[in-house]
Design a protein around this ligand. Sequence first.
Ligand SMILES: [Ca+2]
Ligand SMILES: [Ca+2]
Ligand SMILES: [Ca+2]
Length: 169
Amino acid sequence: MQPDVGAIFRGVDRDGSGSISTMELQSALSNGTHNSFNPETCRLMIGMFDANGDGAIEFREFQALWNYVNDWTACFRSFDNDGSGNIDRGELTNALTRFGYRLSPPFYTILMNKFDRSHAGRINFDDFIQLCVVLQTLTAAFRDKDLDRDGVIQVGYEEFLTMVFSLKM
Ligand SMILES: [Ca+2]
Ligand SMILES: [Ca+2]
Ligand SMILES: [Ca+2]
């Protein structure tokens, strides 16, 4: 049976305002630990699905966001090979390689250092989403400039700043 999205929405909308704030989304989601869900990931997802740009998620925007969270849950589980509830370096390498990224071991060290918020050598669900969204956004910005697809771009100073500041992340 399909869960009733209306009921889920009303559960997440704690103050009954008819829209979901970053705080309400954060307290509704779990990363599988006792720590609260990454607020940056909530902000990224609200930015993605807030079609009318009012900074919150109304019911008509919620369905797409909820599907997105469920898709990430399934994806995360499928790459958590040992069923530990988090993604270790080997599992991350496997996941990103499957997504089509070709990244070196030193770069995986950078990713683990930046997104392993618990500093335990493992990436939790919320941080995994943030990592993937940031990597995807930066890769898309790079590809826009890499017209001959050789993996190298030449960017001037202000062009670089413009690239970075115009990213939605
Ligand atoms: Ca609300
Ligand atoms: Ca909205
Ligand atoms: Ca694991």
